[in-house]
Design a protein around this ligand. Structure first.
Ligand code: OAD
Length: 272
């Protein structure tokens, strides 16, 4: 079902009345698909549906730490495509920045490793990169950090980097969180923030990976939760004040911005 105009208006009214001052935003790969980056689980276009060439036992193995330990090549075959840099933030990213500029953003939790939130202007201290990023790299055994230029060369030339400490010689990988690895401390330090939010916005995620997937459930029952996503996910829609916009993120944020009287401002921010 799509959102009725009335509940979108009710939500916009709630925002315009100044009742949403501490917004928590939770996002995933679906906010970057219109930038040209595939998501993971969309049936035809998602990354996991297009990995046959890597001969993996199952698609998610490419991001599994125990699989990587024995078979690092598939990840490094993909790494070049995943490496951030060549994409432009979407209007959805700019919408998050707009919330920040209006002083309404309490925290952004992202599962994405594309760094487009920062590029759109959201300051680093407002972002919890729950699944890490390509910003740092280290040895998976001794944890020693590894020089960025060498990592870029490895990714570009598709070789597998090893620890520079020859007595260790462990595999090196970007500090993106693999299955079987702990999330960054910042995630655990901030994971209770949804309980302080007066509005939650969930966009572009299938909410299928824990512990991130539980964040929306930490909101108080009375806190409105907005989902902008092509499909219904998690328990969104299960509470009285949940609002569902089952559609494209970019068109959803444009509608919300318009209802709040912010559309021109948003378009201008995005065009910068
Ligand atoms: P998924 O691919 O699992 O989910 C993306 C969601 O966004 C799906 O529900 C899509 O229907 C929806 N979607 C895609 N494009 C959209 C658009 N333009 N507008 C609206 N909705 C759209 O991606 P994530 O939920 O981010 O982790 O995946 C979570 C984690 O699984 C990732 O961080 C990654 C992956 O394995 C690791 O690698 C550790």
């Amino acid at each position: 079902q799509t959102l009725s105009a009335r509940s979108l208006e009710a939500l916009a009214q709630y925002i315009q009345d100044g009742r949403a001052q501490k917004i928590v935003v939770m996002v995933g790969a679906g906010i970057s698909t219109s930038a040209g980056i595939p998501d993971f689980r969309s049936p035809e276009t998602g990354l996991y549906a297009n990995l046959a060439r890597l001969n993996l036992p199952y698609a998610e193995a490419v991001f599994d730490i125990s699989y990587f330990r024995n078979n690092p090549e598939p990840f490094y075959t993909l790494a070049q495509e995943l490496y951030p840099g060549k994409y432009r933030p979407t209007i959805t990213h700019s919408f998050i920045n707009l919330l920040h500029q209006k002083g309404l953003l309490l925290k952004l939790f992202t599962q994405n490793i594309d760094c487009l939130e920062r590029e759109a202007g959201v300051p680093a201290d407002k972002i919890v990169e729950a699944h890490g990023s390509f910003a740092k790299q280290s040895c998976i055994e001794c944890k020693k950090s590894y020089p960025e230029e060498r990592m870029q060369e490895a990714i570009h030339k598709k070789w597998v980097p090893h620890c520079l400490d020859l007595s260790c010689n462990g595999l090196v990988k970007p500090e993106i969180v693999f299955f079987g690895e702990q999330l960054p401390a910042a995630f655990f330090e901030n994971r209770n923030l949804p309980s302080e939010a007066d509005l939650a916005i969930v966009m572009g995620t299938s909410l299928s990976v824990q512990p991130f997937a539980s964040l929306p459930s930490f909101c108080e029952d009375r806190t409105p939760r907005l989902l902008i996503n092509s499909e219904q996910v998690g328990d969104l829609g299960g509470r009285r004040d949940d609002v569902l916009m089952l559609e494209d993120c970019d068109s959803g944020v444009r509608k919300l911005a318009e209802a709040c009287g912010w559309l021109e401002e948003l378009e201008a921010l995005w065009a910068k």
